[in-house]
Design a protein around this ligand. Structure first.
Ligand code: ATP
Ligand code: MG
Length: 404
């Protein structure tokens, strides 16, 4: 017994192949155990789901159809996102895409040798290990609707990524997720609801597969359908944040303004919380209430960094008065620049791309440089090697070529 390591389940309709696989994989240090099931994968769902956390299945030539993949996807869903390694002859683009959707991480040819088989299992098993947290989570909360939390989260994330930092944006606003719209006019293909569906086993590669790329920045778009939002549980956000922290140095989260068990889960995990307000009384009143809630939750003062957005030097209420009323220092000021921000928001174009010289862009750049001045710890070598090789972290199945 090697507790903590995944159990591998092998399924094949060919006994000789099962025996060869068992001989090749039976003693791997990365596995707790190896169980072989004789039969067609489509008919072994219930037993496979119990036998392992990782499945190596043999689909023979006749069965290599999209419907066979659907059956495997159902099996994987039943076993909470169990990753699959397929052995099959078919490797065309339609099949690969369907395989990726079904949760297949690797596709191997029927004649795969023992060494390549072990390497594939090792790669997928590595993705099942608890992720090593490295990233910092920066959570943005609107003190009141329209304060600019989504705009700032999206554009600060973009500024970090545009300067070559490892950053990602997650829209966890379950009431009205609109963060992606600040950066792109392309609708998302997948959203936080898709990432949540993978359950507690979500890993960085599966998370990345649910994200949209805005230039250098990966974005997990918000849930669009309110009915889907109801299905998101605090545990889903835990899994998404854990996977994101294992992959990026900076994970910027738009939390929105509704406090419930789910948003509080994000705030608990966050390294820093940025409550965003403007310098008019309704915003200041709501900021005071929010800070009271944070104090009630025992969040340390230094975890909450007030951000005054749309700041005007000659405004009625000065920063000193804001700080006095709230009993907390203002950490950041972002100036008001209506014309440039409106053009960026209406076009879905990041501020740094559209209006680099705007005072708002300058404030964002300065902010991102100060963040990056205190870089979090770097990733382990396995992550770097896999990333560089384009394996696992891209969320696409890794295809081992048929030997010539
Ligand atoms: N610094 C700024 N200068 C000018 N306009 C701004 C600035 N920041 C934000 N805005 C404007 O404020 C609008 C509202 O911002 P945003 O949607 O980010 O607010 P929010 O706090 O996320 O609101 P909600 O709580 O409703 O999600 C933006 O669409 C943008 O037009
Ligand atoms: Mg918002």
């Amino acid at each position: 017994m090697k507790p903590g390591l995944p159990r591998l389940c092998l399924i094949s309709p060919e006994r000789a192949r099962l025996e060869a696989w068992q001989a090749a994989l039976g003693r791997m240090a990365e596995l707790e155990s190896v169980v072989a099931l004789h039969g067609r994968p489509q008919t072994m769902a219930a037993r496979a789901a119990q036998a392992g956390e990782l499945l190596l299945a043999d689909i023979d030539a006749e069965d290599a159809s999209i419907s066979a993949l659907d059956a495997l996807a159902a099996l994987a869903a039943r076993a909470a996102g169990m990753p699959l390694i397929l052995v099959c002859t078919r490797q065309d683009a339609t099949f690969l895409l369907a395989a990726m959707r079904a949760g297949v991480r690797e596709i191997l040819p029927p004649g795969v040798d023992a060494e390549a088989l072990r390497a594939a299992v090792e790669r997928v098993a590595a993705g099942l290990r608890p992720p090593r947290a490295r990233g910092k989570v920066l959570a943005f909360v609107s003190c009141k609707g329209g304060s600019g939390a989504s705009f700032l989260a999206a554009n600060l994330a973009y500024a970090l990524a545009a300067q070559g930092h490892s950053a990602a944006l997650i829209d966890a606003n379950l009431q009205c997720g609109d963060a992606l719209l600040f950066l792109s006019d392309e609708p998302p293909v997948r959203t936080l609801a898709d990432a949540a569906r993978a359950g507690p086993r979500l890993d960085a590669s599966a998370l990345e597969a649910s994200m949209s790329a805005v230039g250098p920045l990966p974005v997990l778009a918000g849930v669009e359908d309110p009915a889907q939002a109801l299905e998101i549980l605090p545990e889903h956000l835990d899994a998404i944040l854990a996977a994101a922290k294992s992959r990026w140095d900076w994970v910027l989260v738009d939390v929105g303004r509704n406090l419930d068990a789910r948003s509080l889960r994000v705030l608990d995990v966050a390294d820093l919380i940025y409550p965003v307000l403007q310098t008019t009384l309704p915003f200041i009143r709501d900021a005071r209430r929010l800070l009271q809630v944070f104090r009630g939750l025992d969040y340390p003062l230094e975890k909450c960094r007030l951000v005054v957005n749309r700041h005007e030097r000659r405004g009625d209420i000065g920063i000193h008065e804001v700080e006095k009323t709230l009993g907390a220092p203002v950490a950041r000021l972002v100036p008001n620049h209506y014309a440039a921000v409106a053009a960026s928001v209406n076009g879905g174009i990041p501020m740094l791309r559209l209006a680099r010289t705007s005072p708002v862009s300058r404030a964002l750049l300065q902010w991102s440089r100060e963040c990056a001045g205190t870089p979090p710890s770097r990733a382990g070598w396995i992550h770097r090697v896999l990333s560089l090789a384009g394996i696992v972290m891209k969320g696409k199945p890794h295809v081992t070529e048929t030997p010539a």
